[in-house]
Ligand binder design. Sequence first.
Ligand SMILES: Cc1cc2nc3c(=O)[nH]c(=O)nc-3n(C[C@H](O)[C@H](O)[C@H](O)COP(=O)(O)OP(=O)(O)OC[C@H]3O[C@@H](n4cnc5c(N)ncnc54)[C@H](O)[C@@H]3O)c2cc1C
Ligand SMILES: *[C@@H]1O[C@H](CO)[C@@H](O)[C@H](O)[C@H]1NC(C)=O
Length: 463
Amino acid sequence: MSSTSYQHPLPEVLIAGAGLGGLLMAILLDKIGIPYRILERASQVKALGAVMSLGPHIMPVFEQLGILDDLLKISIKCTSMNLLDESLKPMGSIKMDGQKDMTGYESVLFIRPELTQILLSKVPTSKILLNKQVVTIEDHPEEERVTVHCADGSSYQAALLIGADGTYSSVRQSLYKTLDEKGLLPKEDTKELEVGFACIVGTTGPMDPEKFPVLKDDYGHFDSIIGGVRHNWGACNINNNRFTWGMNLQFTTEAEAKKERFANAEWGPEASTAEMLKEFLDRPCPFSGAKMRDIVEATPPELISKVYHEHKLYETWYHGRTVLIGDACHKLLPASGMGATNAFQDVVVLANCLFDLEDASSKSITAAFQSYYSQRYEKARTAYNASLLMSKIMAGQTWSDRLIRTIFLNYLPHWVQQAELQKTAGYRPQIMFLPLAPTRGTVAPDPQPKCGRYVPPPLVAPS
Ligand SMILES: Cc1cc2nc3c(=O)[nH]c(=O)nc-3n(C[C@H](O)[C@H](O)[C@H](O)COP(=O)(O)OP(=O)(O)OC[C@H]3O[C@@H](n4cnc5c(N)ncnc54)[C@H](O)[C@@H]3O)c2cc1C
Ligand SMILES: *[C@@H]1O[C@H](CO)[C@@H](O)[C@H](O)[C@H]1NC(C)=O
């Protein structure tokens, strides 16, 4: 990398989607020296969304890139999630307090638009083409290129296409259509995303810490309330004296879910938001005897968004010169707070695999994609399974969900929860072609394939 004569064999890469995954991908391609452009559907990189979580499983990468401090500046640490019933009586907590000892890093909460800003500031504006909604893709293996067609009639070509275009990925849909016609798509991948729930999230402006004393704490009180038959909601204090909040409405029938899905496929302010909000406004807020109305009314309307949460783990992540990352290939439920982490882990592992490409032939590219898939699929599956379980515990309303919750909160001793954390603590993949972040904590990071072309810098004794 340091030698100026080296030129990476990939002439150009296209990234579909300037979400969190797409932006980190851009940053890593730039480090490798692979030219790229991003095609983003929106007219601007949107400041939408509310609370998200990142933790030890990705923070070493932020440290490698020199942006860990930026992340911590916008964050509040949070090592437990509390469940309450409708009368605010505690039902139990999910604790992650061993993380720092095991890994050297703690889980934090922050607001999506603020992380977007950090990543966006590292990507030259000229690299992001806005108003470019990818519609179809065509692979031309004999010419070693892929063509991307956009809704405005324009098209782009590249040696490789990375689909980072989220849950309803057009890259995935177009790729799968072609594969299905050729009889190459596994049956699982022909099925739709699975039923989830409707969700409204928001972040208040600064509020009065005298009225809400939890705002004075330097850690997050993540309180989630389970109420009624299909409602759950919650709030958490975050930086700058603000609250971030969310409300979920579960579907009882498939037909109801389908109707809702049709109306709310994407993130954004919606006409139906007000209607759903009404169902929650008079319910108790976990803090200072307030109602949810009090924090909703302190929220700027443009910071409220409604989304429909579905879930699915896809089997097919690549074909030809196209590869999927993030929500485009594994849409987790948000309860486990691992969606962004898994998207970023995809990016890191894919970048490691692309770094070592010897040439731009289909054979080499397929081998790189295969390696990416084999390093990531089982990990994503573990995270997907965990997100389903956490969703049952945090929000589930069926008889069996309640049973699982009761067992989890009341009969699983603290050390069992710790042992679970311990099992996954080693999975902290890093960028193998940059100086590694120092190993911290009692659990060593899992070994990773080395990047052959990279010569690590000599170790310097700390001064
Ligand atoms: C606006 C928004 C708000 C969100 N808010 C939250 C939140 O509050 N909490 C939470 O846990 N998760 C939230 N998420 C989801 C979270 O960002 C993802 O789960 C996770 O970060 C994985 O990121 P990703 O890069 O795979 O996908 P995303 O972050 O969803 O990014 C996908 C990007 O692709 C673009 N795109 C979509 N279709 C096309 C197309 N056809 N052509 C070109 N571009 C396209 C989208 O505009 C978006 O910029 C939000 C996602 C979005 C898009
Ligand atoms: C995930 O859950 C499925 C279905 O319950 C199970 O077959 C699979 O082994 C699990 N995989 C992992 C990695 O946890």
